[in-house]
Design a protein around this ligand. Sequence first.
Ligand code: PLP
Length: 390
Amino acid sequence: MSDSTTDGGCGTDPRGPFTGDGTRAVRAGLPESVKHEPTLPGPVFAAHFHLPGDPTGPYTYGRDENPTWTLLEQAIGELEAPGQDGAETLVFASGMAAISSVLFSQLRAGDTVVLPDDGYQVLPLVRTQLEAYGIEVRTAPTGGDAQLDVLDGARLLWIETPSNPGLDVCDVRRLAEAAHARGALVAVDNTLATPLGQRPLELGADFAVASGTKQLTGHGDILLGYVVGRDAEAMAAVRRWRKIVGAIPGPMEAWLAHRSIATLQLRVDRQNATALTLAQALRERTEVTGLRYPGLPDDPSHRVASQQMRRFGCVVSFTLPTRARADRFLDALRLVDAATSFGGVRSTAERRGRWGGDAVPEGFIRFSVGAEDPADLVADVLHALDETAA
Ligand SMILES: *Cc1c(COP(=O)(O)O)cnc(C)c1O
């Protein structure tokens, strides 16, 4: 250990000279460099740790702490809350584990929570469970900051922006100010944007919560979730919930996630740029309606998105005239896997109405743009549209 050098963390210190997103992503969460040790230590597989005497941390039992999580939590914290020393990050087994941990640790019987009515498709199930525990649930759409109208008396405001799959955007600063004025906490689901797209804590949120299953890790091979928060007491309750429920990521998943974050800026910039190119190409097609991409200058979300986002995501949504046409279009694609989820390096698309639940037209397509060559991908989409015309 005497060969330890101290250059390991400097590239990730947001107050230091290196603040580019690519630099921060490749160095995020790396431990101080130690001669003969790997740059990113491998996953630590341990249910328990040597612990003679009084049981003090950092590492006691594998449901409470794991060194592989610690490095991943540092990495995510550096991206979500650079320079915010008080912010704490916790990783979870999935996005839903992270979301549930905030909701169920912060709310009590008799409390009121405001959810979006156009958010992630599992939220209605969450609603039923919250109501079973005596929590009042109100909902309002994401667009137009409509959640403002139902905030009175709420204990927690849950925001999802851009919303999935409708891609509406709300003004996080405005909603957070209004919620705080009423004594409510604010959580933002940051899954679609990723921390390189927007940083909810800087916009006034108390919690940034996300599924790391999507673009954060980007390969469609792991499930992961996280919560970043700045209130120590609130985060202690989230941590306690993770321990009670055991909603913990495996060390292998945590390590793969950390490895994947190194390429976050490369993937996000490539995928998001292609998403804009694809949206522009789709705009020229007469059979396409309801085209949404927050990065399109004339998209209804664009004005607010430009104020609070630095990148606009890799998801494009649009509607084809009928369910049959949408199904034939999906079949005719050669570079795009018919699959749910989004954010992966391989493009995926699905007819969202097949799940039920989302209030979308039958021909509504959610398209996740991958890292293929933009010209190849756009050509494949236009070919599939031509092939299935009339
Ligand atoms: C996928 C998703 C979730 C749930 O994440 P899992 O990792 O699948 O549990 C939550 N919110 C949004 C916006 C999502 O897209």
